[in-house]
Design a protein around this ligand. Structure first.
Ligand code: BDR
Ligand code: CA
Length: 310
């Protein structure tokens, strides 16, 4: 597999990146592209570089992406991830540098030149990929599949109906979802079913290596936020983690091909993903909507990954 990770790191993005690094080698991961979302893009780029240095994977190139959504002002989520994006994770700063090429130029070039189709993991707003497709629609032919965290069939986490990633750049999400690419959606429907329960946190703690300590910090760093305590008394979701787990073992998840559209006009419901899970519209199915998973197996992949990384 040729894998590109597109991300706005982000505490849960960082966990997802660690799991991807544990399971795919430098030949497979062609690059990490960053995008504005949880934090301004420069902060996210630094975080991607810090994680690569921390795991000894400096050969993987990082390309900085769009600093704002396609046609809106940026909304960030520092209140969840901290101003550093990693809630003060104690790993060293890095001297590693981002690549000169922008993320959009890099993705475009790869899709033009690669003789193997590329799988894209999207962990943040879809601005980079949406921009690439908008400028060069024919390039979708060279995308194997997209697996993304975003959207929800039921309630949102940023507005009553919209999830953060689709809310931040609904226009980009609309372009991607209607591109004809094979797409797998991991929305709040499933991320909320896979939480950091006490026994899971204890098991991770027992692994007690550099990677498990970092994961534990990232995964528990939101626990004391009053809103989080109220909504998730038993443990929090680690949203983006599921994208990497899906890439490692898709058999853990159950999906159904349905129509998913993103609201881009209404002020009230902006960024909502309208998931036709019952097939009651006449709109064409365009997304493999993931609606169930084996949560224990998700965590087994996480534990294995921590052990592999050391
Ligand atoms: C998504 O929003 C971000 O805050 C997380 O990193 C995740 O990608 C969850 O709604
Ligand atoms: Ca993210």
């Amino acid at each position: 597999m040729k894998l590109l990770i597109d991300t706005d790191p982000g505490t849960d993005d960082a966990v997802a990146i660690l799991v991807a690094l544990a399971n795919f080698d430098n030949e497979e991961i062609i690059g990490i592209t960053t995008v504005a979302g949880n934090v301004p893009v420069e902060v996210g780029t630094k975080n991607a570089l810090r994680i690569l240095e921390f795991t000894g994977r400096a050969e993987i190139p990082v390309y900085e992406g769009c600093s704002k959504p396609i046609s809106r002002e940026l909304v960030t989520a520092e209140w969840v991830h901290g101003t550093d994006g990693l809630n003060n994770l104690n790993i060293p700063a890095t001297n590693l540098k981002k690549q000169k090429l922008s993320a959009v130029d890099f993705i475009t070039k790869e899709l033009e030149e690669s003789n193997e189709k590329i799988t894209i993991s999207i962990l943040g707003p879809m601005t980079n990929i949406g921009t690439v497709i908008k400028n060069n629609p024919a390039l979708v032919e060279n995308i194997e599949k997209i697996v993304f965290m975003g959207g929800s069939a039921l309630r949102g986490n940023t507005t009553p109906v919209a999830e953060f990633n689709t809310y931040v750049d609904p226009e980009a999400a609309k372009i991607v979802l209607n591109s004809g690419i094979e797409i797998y959606m991991l929305g709040l429907d499933v991320t909320n079913k896979s939480i950091t329960t006490k026994p899971r946190k204890e098991k991770l703690k027992k692994i007690s290596n550099k990677a498990s300590d970092a994961m534990l910090h990232l995964m528990t760093s939101l626990d004391e936020l009053p809103l989080v305590k109220e909504i998730y008394p038993e443990g929090t979701p680690v949203h983006d983690l599921l994208v990497s787990v899906f890439l490692v073992d898709p058999s853990i998840f159950t999906h159904k091909m349905v129509n998913v559209e993103v609201e881009v006009d209404s002020e009230l419901t902006l960024g909502q993903t309208v998931v036709d899970s019952l097939g009651i519209s006449d709109r064409k199915p365009n997304v493999n909507w993931i609606y169930d998973l084996d949560s224990d197996e998700v965590y087994n992949v996480l534990f294995d990954s921590a052990n592999k990384l050391n």
